[in-house]
Design a protein around this ligand. Structure first.
Ligand SMILES: [Zn+2]
Length: 222
């Protein structure tokens, strides 16, 4: 897996200090500043401590199975702002190189919020996943199914939960829109439908989920 984060601190210096402080017990393989400077902090073959309690496609040891990249950004707590062009360009280059070295399926290119929806928001709805997908990195739901194939109002919460779980999220099929499901839906929206993140599995959300599942089944990308 490749897991993207934001640092969520007031300055790049503070974030890098923390990532290099053994007492903080947090680390990532790379950090990228807003001006595009890339720091290699942990060798790729070593385990870094960036994901915490996480889940994706049946795996809970996300730290042991992933490369983590921290993008310098104050985050939702300290003045969330767009990721600037030099930072995105550097990320694209770094990610391309990582994907050339490791067989990471497109559907395992994720945000921290995808693997820990109840705890994390990063890298957040301002992160341009669509751009990355256009560059061949990760997925984006382009081929949406016909609107009339997806019910406008969904009582089928179990169906949404099954689809979320099939795609990779930790979703338990309870048939009710509980807090855990709202968190998973929000995480999905934050990544794949960032203009409306409200935790409601509306038709637009379900169409995107169906498109991604159809695409991953068709391409068998892992
Ligand atoms: Zn994170």
């Amino acid at each position: 897996m490749l897991i993207l984060h934001y640092t969520g601190m007031t300055s790049a210096e503070a974030a890098l200090d923390r990532l290099c402080d053994p007492a903080a017990k947090v680390s990532a393989h790379y950090a990228i500043e807003e001006d595009g400077r890339v720091w290699r902090l942990v060798p790729e073959e070593a385990r870094a401590w960036h994901a915490g309690v996480s889940f994706w496609r049946g795996e809970r040891d996300v730290n042991g199975l992933s490369i983590g990249i921290e993008l310098v950004n104050p985050g939702h707590e300290f003045g969330y702002r767009p990721f600037p062009e030099p930072q995105m360009t550097a990320l694209e280059g770094l990610t391309r190189a990582i994907l050339a070295r490791h067989p990471i399926p497109a559907r395992n290119v994720l945000g921290h919020s995808d693997v820990a929806p109840a705890r994390k928001l990063d890298p957040g709805e301002l992160f341009d996943w669509q751009r990355l997908a256009r560059a061949g990195i990760g997925l984006w739901p382009d081929d949406l199914p016909q609107a009339d194939t997806i019910a406008e109002t969904g009582d089928d919460i179990a169906g949404v939960q099954i689809a979320l779980a099939r795609f990779g999220y930790e979703a338990v099929v309870t048939g009710v829109l509980d807090d855990a499901t709202r968190c998973a839906v929000s995480a999905f929206q934050r990544h794949f439908r960032p203009d409306l993140v409200d935790g409601t599995p509306d038709a637009g959300t379900r169409r995107r989920l169906a498109a991604l599942l159809a695409g991953t089944d068709r391409k068998q990308v892992g």
